[in-house]
Design a protein around this ligand. Structure first.
Ligand code: AGP
Length: 595
C-alpha cells in the first residue's frame, strides 16, 4: 500500500518520478504527489489517480534534479489533496513520503502539540516529519541523527524518504516492514517501493533490510547505517536485463491481459517444475495467506489431503498471527502470496519461525520480503501481475500445488504420480480452450450487472472456487457476493434466495456432482436465477438452469483451475458492463503492506 519513488542525480527528476508513480499505482491510487528541489521546493499534490497529478503539474514548476514522489492508499485521513504526500514539517524545512503505519502516532502527536506544533493533515506521516524536526531543533541535531532518533521512537511499519532543504544535495531514507529498493545508477540513485520502476534506469539494486537508514547524494554516492548510525553493508543485486513487462498490449486492461496470459504462465511453470521439498519430519502443513491466495490454500488443503494424505490446515494470516496457535518443529508453515509483501502473511510466517516451525513460501515476486524470509521458496513464474484482481497468480499457485503433490507421490505412489502428471500436462491447452469458448459470459455478465447480490455455490474443491468467484465479482464490480459450500445453504443463507438472486452453481464431474445438483435444485425451487457452471458432458435437468456456462471436461486434479477461469471472465465483464475500472477498483491496493 502506497508507492514511493525518489530520484537524486543530474537528470530531471520529475519525468522519472511520474513514470515510476504510474508503475507503482497498483499499490494505491487515491491521491499522489511530488516534491522537487530546484533552489526552492515545488510541492504538488492531488487527490485521485496519478493522471490527476500529471494534469495538475502541466502548468506548474517541475524542474529540478532531486525529487520524492508518492501514490497513496489512505490509512489515516480521507483521500484528499491535504492528506496526499509529501508532507512537510512546520517550518517546511523537511519533506517526507511514507508507506506504512505509525501506530503510536497519537501520543507522539499529543507531545508535539504540547510543544506548539500544528498539523495540516490527518495523517500519521505528518507526525513523523514533525517529530524529526522536533529532534533537530530541540537537540540541535543533524538531519540524519534526528531522523534516526525519531525512527527509534516510532512503532509500526515504514518506508520513508526524507528531504531537508538545508541539506539540499541529499536524500535520506529508511524502512521497517515496508518494502524499499535502492536503485544504483551512473552518478545517480533512485528509491522505490519495488524494483519494477527502477528497471529501465539501473542495473543494480539493493533490497534494503529492516531498520536500515540510507543516505544518498547528488553525485550518486550512497551509504547505509543501522538505527544507531553505525555504517553497515547491504547486499547488491543485479537486475540487468530484467524483462519487466509493463504494458497492456492488445488488451483494454491489465486484468484481461493477465487472464489471457494464464495458458502461457501455466505452461511455463509446468515445464520448469518446482524446487521445494516438504522434507521427512513433517506432521502437518499449515498454509497461511490472505484473500485469493488463501483461497488457493483452501483448494490445496482438499487436494494435498486427498492425493498425498498429509494433514493440512489453512489459516487466514491476519487471524493466525494473533491467535496463539500450538506449533512445533514438526509443522511446516507455508505462506502463499502473489506480492510477497502482504503484512499479515509476513507476520504469520515470522511467528512460525519464532516458534521453531519450518517455513516455506509460494510467491510471484522474487526478492520480496516473504521470498527472503523463509527456509524454502517457490516462485510462481507468472510474470508481473498488475491488475488488483489476482488471476494468473492464483492459477499458478494451484499449478504449484499440483506439482508439489506429484513430487510427494513420486516417493510413495509412482503410478498415481504418473497419472496426475499426464493430467497436468493437458492443463495449458484446456485453459486456452476455456478462454476461447463461452461467448455467452458477456451476456450473462450484463444480466448479473442489474442485481445487487449474488451467491456462488460449490462442494469439494468447487467450494473454494465459489469463494474465489464471489471475491472476484465483489472486488471489481462492487456487487455483493458470497461463496458458500452448497450443503450449507439450508442452514440459513437460503432465506436470501428469491427471484432477484443470481445463484452461480459450480459443478464438476466428481463425487459431489449429484449433491451439488440437488442443492441447486433447492435454489431453483425458491425462484433463484440459476447460472450453472459445469464441465461438458454433465447432464442436467432441462428446467434447472437459466444460463449455462460450459468448460472442457477435465480430471478433478486440475478442475479447480479450469472452473475458476469463467468466473474471472464473469467478474470482468460484469465490471466492464458497469463501466468500472477493473484494474484499480475503489478502496483497494494490489500490495497490502499494512495489517
Ligand atoms: C485478490 O484479487 C486480491 N486483490 C487480494 O485478495 C489478494 O489476493 C490478497 O490481498 C493477498 O495478496 P498477496 O497474494 O499479494 O499476499
Amino acid at each position: 500500500m502506497c508507492g514511493i519513488m525518489a530520484y537524486i542525480g543530474k537528470k530531471q527528476a520529475y519525468p522519472i518520478l511520474l513514470n515510476g508513480l504510474k508503475k507503482l499505482e497498483y499499490r494505491g491510487y487515491d491521491s499522489s504527489g511530488v516534491a522537487i528541489m530546484n533552489g526552492s521546493l515545488s510541492l504538488l499534490k492531488k487527490e485521485g489517480k496519478v493522471q490527476a497529478l500529471e494534469t495538475f503539474a502541466e502548468t506548474r514548476k517541475t524542474e529540478g534534479n532531486i525529487g520524492i514522489g508518492h501514490t497513496r492508499w489512505a490509512t489515516h485521513g480521507i483521500p484528499s489533496d491535504i492528506n496526499a504526500h509529501p508532507h512537510q514539517s512546520q517550518s517546511e524545512r523537511l519533506t517526507i513520503v511514507h508507506n506504512g503505519i505509525i501506530e503510536n502516532h497519537e501520543p507522539l502527536k499529543e507531545m508535539l502539540i504540547k510543544h506548539g506544533y500544528k498539523f495540516q493533515s490527518s495523517t500519521d506521516t505528518e507526525v513523523l516529519v514533525q517529530l524529526i524536526e522536533w529532534y533537530q531543533k530541540r537537540y540541535n541535531l543533524t538531519t540524519i541523527v534526528a531522523f534516526s532518533r525519531a525512527l527509534q521512537d516510532v512503532e509500526g511499519s515504514f518506508a520513508v524518504v526524507l528531504f531537508d532543504v538545508y541539506d539540499p544535495t541529499k536524500l535520506f531514507a529508511a524502512r521497517r516492514q515496508s518494502p524499499m529498493v535502492l536503485g544504483i545508477g551512473e552518478k545517480e540513485c533512485m528509491i522505490s517501493s519495488d524494483a519494477m520502476p527502477l528497471a529501465p534506469y539501473v542495473d543494480q539494486v539493493v533490497y534494503v533490510e529492516d531498520d536500515v537508514i540510507i543516505e544518498t547524494d547528488d553525485t550518486g554516492e550512497y551509504k547505509f547505517f543501522d538505527l544507531n548510525l553505525t555504517q553497515i553493508d547491504q547486499p547488491i543485486s543485479d537486475i540487468k536485463n530484467a524483462s519487466i513487462a509493463y504494458d497492456m498490449g492488445e488488451f483494454e486492461s491489465f486484468m484481461l491481459k493477465e487472464v489471457h496470459e494464464q495458458t502461457e504462465a501455466a505452461h511455463r511453470l509446468i515445464t520448469s517444475g518446482i524446487d521445494i521439498n516438504i522434507g521427512k519430519n513433517i506432521d502437518r502443513i499449515i498454509i497461511t495467506a490472505c484473500g485469493t491466495s488463501w483461497h488457493s490454500g483452501l483448494i490445496a488443503e482438499y487436494m494435498i489431503e486427498k492425493f498425498a494424505r498429509i494433514n493440512v490446515e489453512v489459516e487466514y494470516a491476519s487471524e493466525f498471527r494473533y491467535r496463539d496457535p500450538v506449533l512445533s518443529s514438526r509443522d511446516l508453515v507455508l505462506g502463499i502470496s502473489q506480492s510477497g509483501e502482504t503484512a499479515d502473511t509476513i507476520a504469520a510466517l515470522q511467528m512460525a519461525k519464532n516458534a521453531g516451525c519450518k517455513t516455506m513460501a509460494i510467491v510471484n515476486t522474487a526478492n520480496s520480503t516473504i521470498a527472503r524470509m523463509v527456509d524454502q521458496v517457490s516462485l510462481l513464474n507468472a510474470g508481473p501481475e498488475i491488475g488488483v484482481a489476482s488471476t494468473k497468480a492464483f492459477t499458478n499457485q494451484l499449478v504449484t500445488f499440483c506439482l508439489l503433490i506429484i513430487n510427494l507421490l513420486e516417493d510413495s505412489n509412482i503410478d498415481l504420480a504418473y497419472d496426475l502428471k499426464s493430467e497436468l500436462q493437458k492443463l495449458p491447452s484446456l485453459i486456452s480452450r476455456t478462454l476461447k469458448a463461452n461467448e455467452n459470459i458477456v451476456d450473462i455478465a450484463a444480466y448479473i450487472s442489474q442485481y445487487k447480490s449474488a451467491i456462488f455455490l460449490g462442494r469439494g474443491t468447487m467450494y473454494p472456487v465459489a469463494l474465489e468467484g464471489a471475491l472476484k465479482l465483489k472486488e471489481i464490480s462492487y456487487i455483493h457476493a458470497e461463496g458458500y459450500p452448497a450443503g450449507e445453504m439450508k442452514h440459513g443463507p437460503i432465506a436470501l434466495v428469491d427471484n432477484k438472486m443470481p445463484i452461480i452453481g459450480i459443478c464438476n464431474e466428481d463425487k459431489h456432482l449429484s449433491k451439488t445438483i440437488s442443492n441447486i435444485q433447492e435454489m431453483k425451487a425458491r425462484n433463484g436465477i440459476i447460472i450453472l457452471l459445469k464441465s461438458e458432458g454433465i447432464h442436467i435437468p432441462k428446467e434447472l438452469a437459466d444460463f449455462v456456462i460450459e468448460t472442457p471436461r477435465c480430471h478433478e486434479f486440475i478442475a479447480p483451475i479450469i472452473q475458476n477461469i469463467p468466473l474471472q471472465l464473469l467478474a470482468y465483464h460484469t465490471a466492464t458492463t458497469l463501466e468500472l475500472d477493473v484494474d484499480k477498483p475503489r478502496n483497494l491496493a494490489k500490495s497490502v503492506t499494512v495489517e
